[in-house]
Ligand binder design. Structure first.
Ligand code: NAD
Ligand code: ZN
Ligand code: ZN
Length: 381
């Protein structure tokens, strides 16, 4: 089968790989019909996630058709069209039982932090991902969900990660009616967080980025204010002035840490992404939230990105909440929001690319070329 194949930082290509096999009675094999490239894949692509092995197939956002099921799978049948949450979750460990599917123990028992994730290095369990024609889906009775007939496939694939992550960012912010919410990052995750902030009753939503095309997009898509941090001398002062020097009620970090990625991109001669990253957005969030406010972090950080201004956190009495999204927990209510037209996930898709062109697709999304927001990869049919 054809599959994306990681060759080292900034080098991915499509190759022939063996078909995945059922390895456990609870496995299923899914024929992928669509997958996405995520900002999280960029951390892998930039070589920033430990133990990302050459030969691995990325892709934790995918939908497809059940091709084969293991002997004990009960909730799926061959031919079902399913969306598959990015978290690999057993459904029975103490974390899964609390709805913390992103922190499942059984899917990645050797890790101390994250649960299993498709195509996300051996630190997330070493599972191959869905940027391929076929993928092995463990714990197949737990994660996959049959796609309701009235959900468009492009909406379905965005429900595997980006929509739940944006929604959980807003939820962790504990937004109360009338709150001022600042979202750092106008990528797919930040755009969804801004959109979802209104669903929690926000009174004002402000998005900060430096890519004008994304700021333009989010202004229309999420009907919010959006500002370019490169046009400000001091983003924290700007946000304080914008909030009568009180600070925002809630700040959301939808950026994560990736400065090394952009540095490396310069070294390798790729067009520079200009991603500020490396905890910059998190610092701005902590410093521009009000006293007693909440900072919600869904941006992904590497093991070295731990320099947070703890003094300000203590002195301002800030609450920081952070996690990988627990997709399965959120899906029922998000499907309702999509069906009711309150969220239009497919509206953020800018690129549809054959899987065979995966190398160009990564470069375009990483370097933020061609007004790229979200890319869908289509395997050969
Ligand atoms: P993306 O790369 O498309 O978007 C990131 C955006 O942040 C870009 O538009 C960039 O210009 C902007 N940015 C860079 N530095 C900034 C700064 N200092 N202030 C404000 N904006 C800044 O990525 P994405 O797909 O939107 O993902 C965003 C983050 O969310 C990534 O770190 C990704 O790994 C993470 N993520 C987390 C989860 C989760 O479950 N927690 C799920 C998906 C993605
Ligand atoms: Zn993702
Ligand atoms: Zn579990």
């Amino acid at each position: 089968m054809l599959a994306m194949n990681y060759r080292g930082p900034f080098r991915v290509r499509v190759d022939h790989k063996p078909y995945p096999e059922i390895q456990h009675p609870q496995d299923a094999i899914v024929r992928v019909t669509r997958s996405c490239i995520c900002g999280s894949d960029l951390h892998l692509y930039h070589g920033l996630v430990p133990d990302t092995r050459v030969g691995m197939t990325f892709g934790h956002e995918f939908i497809g058709v059940v091709e084969e099921i293991g002997s004990s799978v009960q909730n799926l049948k061959v031919g079902d069209h399913v969306l598959v949450p990015f978290n690999i979750a057993c459904g029975t460990c103490s974390f899964c039982k609390q709805g913390l599917y992103g922190n499942c123990h059984e899917s990645n028992p050797e890790a101390t932090a994250v649960g299993g994730i498709y195509g996300y290095s051996h630190t997330a369990g070493g599972y191959d991902g869905g940027q391929a024609e076929y993928v092995r889906v463990p714990f197949a009775d737990v994660g996959p969900m049959v796609i309701p007939a009235d959900i468009h496939p492009d909406d379905a694939v965005l429900l595997t990660d980006v929509v739940p992550t944006g929604y959980q960012a807003a939820e962790m912010g504990g937004i109360k009616p009338g709150d001022t919410v600042v979202v750092f990052g106008a990528g797919p995750v930040g755009i969804m967080a801004a959109k979802c902030a209104w669903l929690f009753g926000a009174g004002r939503v402000i998005v900060i980025d430096h890519l004008e095309y994304r700021l333009d997009f989010v202004r229309t898509y999420a009907q919010c204010e959006a500002y370019n941090f490169r046009s400000m001398q001091d983003p924290v002062l700007f946000l304080k002035k914008a909030t009568d020097f009180y600070g925002a009620d809630v700040c959301i970090d939808a950026v994560g840490g990736d400065a090394a990625g952009s540095a490396l991109q310069t070294i390798t001669g790729r067009k520079l992404m200009l991603q500020a990253g490396s905890a910059t957005a998190l610092h701005w969030a902590i410093n521009s939230v009000k006293k007693g406010g909440i900072v919600s972090v869904v941006g992904v950080y590497g093991p070295t990105d731990n320099l947070i201004p703890i003094g300000n956190v203590v002195n301002k009495g800030i609450t920081i909440r952070a996690n990988q999204a627990s997709v399965k927990r959120l899906l029922p209510r998000l499907i309702e929001h999509v069906q009711a037209g309150r969220i239009d996930p497919k509206g953020i898709v800018t690129h549809r690319v054959p899987l065979e062109e995966v190398s160009d697709a990564y470069h375009i999304f990483s370097a933020k070329l061609d007004n790229c927001i979200k890319t869908i990869l289509i395997p050969p049919s």
